[in-house]
Design a protein around this ligand. Structure first.
Ligand SMILES: C[S@@+](CC[C@H](N)C(=O)[O-])C[C@H]1O[C@@H](n2cnc3c(N)ncnc32)[C@H](O)[C@@H]1O
Length: 194
């Protein structure tokens, strides 16, 4: 596992991993891109709070090691997926509905020399193109907050092995929050305001 300063350095490295697409797209072509494909076109490496530090924490919580097979739903340009493949050596499959993001993710995996471990394909969270019981963990970072969670989590459960994990780094508030989590959130807020 890497230290915080190492993850910070890798954050910087990841920024340089992907260069803006060449040749440049015309204004008309750019206008036709979806929001996330446009961000990918600009070379934005990731869009979740916490960067690699939170990805690393999620991996720990999901007990991911080199023997595990992971699905990253809404993987964007593959920033976190490549990190997990490189640092842990697990097999990661990333899916996203944004085609250009998947193109960039493949490019990133190739540049980082992890194409054998980190694979990417276009796919929809609501209809995952995998057999039941395929994965040891499903991870989402700033994705399920935008989805119909009931539908999406049902689909995640379908492709997970028994006793597998769902790891989420998302910003939403459930109506029912366990007392312990409520306490932790209040404490974190207090610390943040200090
Ligand atoms: C805020 S971005 C986060 C991307 C990446 N997880 C990260 O942290 O950088 C949300 C991502 O979810 C993808 N997405 C949205 N709806 C989706 C769906 N139904 N199935 C798969 N991906 C989806 C978007 O294309 C986008 O890449």
């Amino acid at each position: 596992m890497s230290s915080f300063s190492e993850t910070g350095r890798l954050d910087m490295q990841a920024q340089r991993d992907i260069t803006p697409r060449k040749p440049k797209l015309s204004v008309k072509e750019v206008e036709a891109l979806g929001y996330y494909d446009f961000m990918s076109y600009l070379g934005v490496p990731y869009y979740h709070v916490g960067g690699l530090t939170s990805t690393k924490k999620l991996a720990e919580l999901c007990r991911i090691d080199s023997t595990k097979k992971i699905l990253m739903v809404g993987c964007g340009t593959g920033f976190s997926a490549c990190y997990l493949a490189r640092k842990i050596g697990c097999e990661v499959i990333g899916i996203d509905i944004a085609e250009l993001s998947i193109e960039k993710a493949k490019e990133r995996a190739k540049k980082q020399g992890v194409s054998d471990k980190a694979k990417f394909r276009v796919g929809n969270a609501y209809a995952l193109p995998f057999e039941p019981g395929t994965f040891d963990a499903v991870i989402t970072e700033f994705v399920s907050q935008f989805l119909d969670r009931k539908r999406a989590f049902k689909e995640f459960a379908r492709v997970l092995k028994p006793r597998a994990y769902v790891g989420i780094n998302e910003m939403y508030r459930e109506k029912e929050i366990p007392a312990k989590a409520t306490e932790e959130i209040a404490q974190a807020e207090k610390n943040w305001r200090k």
